[in-house]
Write a protein that binds this ligand. Structure first.
Ligand SMILES: [Zn+2]
Length: 427
């Protein structure tokens, strides 16, 4: 008798958990005329995406739908993976007429975090479902924001964060009284000297929970030595953490490349041979430009008169540079470096960089590639984000119209944003 009751209870428990799991499954079917397949780097017509809870479970035509599937037909729109900005600074805002140090000196940590919540939300609304935040975030404030998003306290994209940028003894802040230099630089950076300090800084960062290590191959003036960078890369890689290097001088990049960094941020004006060496080693570049619209916003805020020709002239070296990166065969990863207060939403400012790649001559497919699969690989999240396929996170954006035909128009007309299977914006 006891045994029977026990078995009955067990059966009921199993049955109820089965019912519960069926009841809690949420299915969406998304469909639209245009679909960007990041792995093929091609647009495909009339694809359907079936989502169960937070994952994509099938992509194809005329899929069989489980009962209670919510079907969302977006007509002549374009479905793409959620965009990725691999170079954000959401704990920083620099006024156009103020030095970089002012924000770190005058704005409290609490206010920076609250302000970051606003920027995070704007990223999500703009269609970014992942950002990689790479420093200038005080002492690990980026981790607080990332964790708050993960816990659902605030809305924002997935965040991968670096914690304080590791650099030599001079950081990136200048133009402040010497008496304040050490304090503010130590608040914003991990300043190290020597191989042991380099290893310790990486271990401290990883122990606190960073997702990536960002270094200054060159700071204001000082460089990390080859041995220091090697120690950083070896320590990070032994814990399966990637390393990316801020570097804007060709000569300073040589040691970073030899040390084995995974990527280089900015890479302004690198020589062709350097880019080809990077391509050969699989080191990506994050070219952080805006667009002619970003330049226009600067000019407006500076109350500077300008013509369309002035905008084009200012952007011409960037545009040429993107073509050179492409010609060298280096992986281009989208990153905005958006931190100026341009009196526009942070997410839209970041998206100007992506539009800037298109304006530089990359095809719509190539542009999307930089902000999806290339970025996913750089972030060590291949197959999970930056792609719409079975078992990837349901991070999906729907843009109005045919993006292949008119990427500029579509890119700034977001119809729907889904992150991890949850709809965050629906126009
Ligand atoms: Zn930056």
């Amino acid at each position: 008798m006891f045994k029977t009751v026990h078995q009955t209870i067990l059966f009921l428990l199993l049955a109820s958990s089965l019912v519960y799991s069926q009841a809690s499954d949420k299915y969406y079917l998304l469909k639209a005329e245009q679909f960007y397949d990041s792995e093929k780097n091609a647009f495909v017509k009339n694809q359907e995406v079936l989502i169960k809870n937070n994952l994509v479970i099938e992509v194809g035509n005329q899929l069989t739908l489980p009962p209670n599937t919510v079907v969302l037909d977006f007509g002549n729109a374009t479905i793409t993976p959620g965009l990725i900005d691999a170079h954000s600074h959401i704990l920083l805002e620099q006024k156009i007429d103020e030095p970089l140090a002012v924000d770190a000196m005058l704005v409290s940590s609490e206010t920076r975090v609250l302000r970051a919540a606003k920027f995070a939300k704007s990223y999500l609304k703009a269609g970014f479902t992942t950002i990689r935040d790479v420093g200038n975030s005080g002492q690990y404030l980026d981790l607080e924001v990332r964790n708050a998003i993960d816990k659902g306290y605030i809305l924002g994209p997935r965040m991968l964060v670096s914690g304080p940028i590791i650099g030599s003894m001079d950081g990136q802040i200048d133009g402040i009284p010497l008496a304040d230099f050490e304090r503010i630089s130590r608040q914003e950076y991990s300043m190290i000297s020597g191989v042991e300090e380099a290893k310790k800084a990486v271990r401290e960062h990883i122990a606190r929970g960073v997702d990536v290590i960002k270094i200054l191959a060159i700071g204001n003036r000082l460089v990390l030595s080859l041995d220091e960078m090697k120690a950083i890369v070896e320590t990070a890689h032994s814990e399966r953490v990637k390393v990316t290097a801020h570097c804007d001088r060709d000569w300073a990049a040589q040691n970073a490349i030899e040390a084995g960094v995974d990527g280089i941020e900015h890479a302004y004006g690198f020589k062709k041979a350097t880019l080809e060496k990077m391509a050969g080693k699989g080191i990506y570049v994050v070219p952080t430009y805006g667009s002619t619209e970003t330049i226009r916003q600067y000019f407006e805020l500076q109350k500077q008169s300008y013509t369309d020709e002035d905008l084009e002239n200012s952007a011409s070296s960037w545009k040429k540079w993107i073509k050179e990166l492409k010609a060298a065969g280096v992986s281009i990863v989208a990153g905005s470096d958006a931190y100026f207060d341009l009196k526009a939403s942070r997410g839209d400012v970041a998206k100007q960089t992506i539009w800037g790649y298109a304006d530089s001559g990359l095809s719509p497919e190539e542009v999307l590639q930089t902000a999806t699969i290339n970025a996913a690989i750089a972030l060590d999240m291949r197959d999970k984000i930056g792609v719409i396929k079975q078992n990837a996170f349901a991070d999906i954006v729907v843009f109005e119209g045919d993006m292949k035909k008119n990427i500029k128009k579509s890119l700034f007309s977001v119809k729907m944003v889904m992150k991890n299977g949850e709809i965050h914006l629906m126009e």
